[in-house]
Design a protein around this ligand. Structure first.
Ligand code: SF4
Ligand code: SF4
Length: 80
């Protein structure tokens, strides 16, 4: 699914649409790559890519199950 055209150009319209209005994001300056949050995500939206953690905005359901367990507070919810 693609974002609705909004006059902001081809690149924005080609971004995958989020799965829900609010999604988790990770602050890579804070995340210590402990991996604790990966198995806590029901739809498996959190991945390690090379050495960085990535939340797949098309898969995150906004359930917040990853937020509180992060020992360093690196995960927060933002508008999708
Ligand atoms: S639990 Fe927090 S610190 Fe650990 S990998 Fe996930 S986001 Fe990073
Ligand atoms: S909010 Fe829920 S679905 Fe989204 S990354 Fe966190 S645990 Fe996964």
């Amino acid at each position: 699914m693609l974002d609705a055209p909004d006059g902001d150009g081809y690149r924005l319209r080609m971004r995958p649409a989020p799965a829900c209005p609010e999604i988790a994001v990770v602050d890579l300056q804070v995340c210590d790559r402990c991996g604790l949050c990966l198995p806590l995500c029901p739809p498996e939206a959190i991945h390690l890519e090379l050495t960085d953690l990535v939340v797949d905005r098309t898969t995150c359901t906004g359930c917040r199950k990853c937020i509180a367990p992060c020992p360093v507070g690196a995960l927060t919810m933002v508008a999708a």
